[in-house]
Design a protein around this ligand. Structure first.
Ligand SMILES: [Zn+2]
Length: 144
């Protein structure tokens, strides 16, 4: 678990992050960057982030949250994890790591990349290459 930076630092950093990713720092995008990255590494669904933004008075719709999360993912600010029945989590930690997934609570917990060893994977289809291997270790019986 990383430490949480002061919120002023996150606010200053938000516009810079967006510009570096080639995205115009609109008020809504800056607000979403602050909500996402102001609390250390985390995994959120679009619905969770939307619920948080309702308290911030930034006037974003669920569709805007959803679209912005995908823009951030394409820009490399987030990593998308599709788990189970089409449910997507967005991960603020884009470094190499895997996950515990608590089936009872839907919580994701980071597992350092070096703690998982994948012995072999099948050859990818001709003309393609493996870009990464994500391991999700499913945990039964609720939370932690
Ligand atoms: Zn993660």
């Amino acid at each position: 678990m990383s430490t949480t930076p002061p919120i002023d630092e996150v606010a200053r950093d938000a516009a810079a992050r967006l510009r570096a990713a080639g995205l115009r720092p609109t008020r809504q995008r800056v607000a979403l960057v602050r909500a996402l990255f102001g609390q250390g590494d985390r995994h959120v669904t679009a619905e969770q982030l939307y619920a948080e933004t309702q308290a911030l008075d930034v006037g974003v719709s669920l569709a805007t949250v959803y679209n912005t999360l995908h823009q951030f993912t394409r820009a490399g600010l987030l990593r998308e994890l599709a788990i189970g029945s089409g449910r997507s989590y967005f991960d603020t930690n884009t470094g190499h790591h895997h996950h515990f997934f608590y089936e009872g609570t839907g919580q994701l917990v980071d597992v350092p990349g070096e703690l998982v060893q994948v012995a072999s994977v099948p050859l990818p289809p001709k003309g393609t290459e493996v870009s990464g291997v994500d391991v999700i270790i499913r945990i039964k019986d609720g939370g932690c």
